[in-house]
Design a protein around this ligand. Sequence first.
Ligand SMILES: [Zn+2]
Length: 275
Amino acid sequence: MRYPESDESFRCVTSLTPTVCDLCGVRRPAQCGDEPIAAVMEAAKEQLNGDLIEKVLIFAPDAVGIHLWEKFPEHLAAVEAIAPLRIPIRVVMPSVTPVCFASMFSGALPEVHGIREYAKPVLTCETLFNVFPEADWKTAIVAVNGCSMDTIFRKRRGMTYISTPKDTDTLAFSEYLLRQPQYDFVLSYAYDYDHAGHAGGPFSADAITAFKTNLDTFQKLAALTDEVWADRNRLIVFAPDHGQHDTDNGRGGHGQDIPEDMLVYHFYAIRPARR
Ligand SMILES: [Zn+2]
């Protein structure tokens, strides 16, 4: 299998936070140390005539790394049909979920945000989930109970947290929130691919089924935003935390500084309001 060279075309996973903030006209979190992704900012400028994004959907599927796209180019094409701005991303070390999501949603490296191992404390630095509610964006995280996404961003004023038993419920609650006009920013997390990959390897039948379910979920959520947010300028992002690799014992793992674990794609779509 060929992986793309991890060259200067790759952005750090921290690039998501300043990009989303600048697109929406919301201040960046205090500890954010990265700059927006130029290709996304350029596309927004062109498509929105200088206006701001008004609604945001982020779909965050755990462990969906570049290894999957290399193997299934037809699925890559399907995601790009929804979100055509594909940004090569290098995550941070150690490449585990709480460390990577903390960087993704604060714009800060691990030595700044403080989670440097597989641990799930409530983050003390600022994140998107501070600055968006502060700017009166009604913001929600929907994720399975007890996972990193459900735990490390807690205790933010004005946030809605929905903790679910499984991914199918996460989809149902995400759809419910998107249909509530007061919600402006919905983060929907998916756990099953990572879980199935750990159990039987990143390309096991169960893992691939979960991967395909992720794609189906993204397609459903994106289509719903076109329905309920048709009159708003909106942003759709597909943003996994890290990848996964095969280990000797037939299971999947991650946490190392290798391409399978470190390289992912983030996909962005800018959709202007219907005029
Ligand atoms: Zn994992």
